[in-house]
Design a protein around this ligand. Sequence first.
Ligand SMILES: C[S@@+](CC[C@H](N)C(=O)[O-])C[C@H]1O[C@@H](n2cnc3c(N)ncnc32)[C@H](O)[C@@H]1O
Length: 170
Amino acid sequence: MLHGPRKPYTIAILLLESGDWWRDWQVEIMGSDINQRVLHTARKGVYKKGSHRATPPHMLKKYFSEEGRGDYRITDGVRRLVSFSYVNLLDPYKTSLIRDLDIVFCRNVIIYFDRDAKKKVIETFYGKLREGGYLLLGHSESLINLSTAFTLRTLRHDMVYQKPLRTGSG
Ligand SMILES: C[S@@+](CC[C@H](N)C(=O)[O-])C[C@H]1O[C@@H](n2cnc3c(N)ncnc32)[C@H](O)[C@@H]1O
């Protein structure tokens, strides 16, 4: 689950660019937000002229079609990997259908919550992730003083939180 307007498309493009290794998997990238306007913009998948200054031309050509006024629309090949849902992360009823997640991307969302709400959302993510699944927060966010349930892992460029695998004789 990636939170925020159109970042799920970025994840889908990165996956498509990474090769074929995942083609036998059932990949579902779900973006969620509490704001219907944000969701509407995300579902449209249209980027204004100028928002692509950092996108290499060959990527623009591959994953976008040009619309009138110089806007760019995301291609169906990217779109079909992605869906968007209205979710209030603090509402257990809204999150009850979400489960077995491999990765949660949640950037610059919990920074706006008070401590109790932060703890509640992190607990929710923990419950929704599979064992061994990952939680990625924004650069200025951490689980310090919020949760000790995750293991901090250092990747090449980033720090991520991992839900531990259950150990024991089972
Ligand atoms: C600063 S934006 C960050 C968006 C995106 N993650 C990014 O990095 O660009 C925070 C988003 O969190 C959403 N939000 C705030 N409270 C929420 C809640 N309780 N449940 C779900 N989304 C929420 C807001 O609507 C807003 O779109």
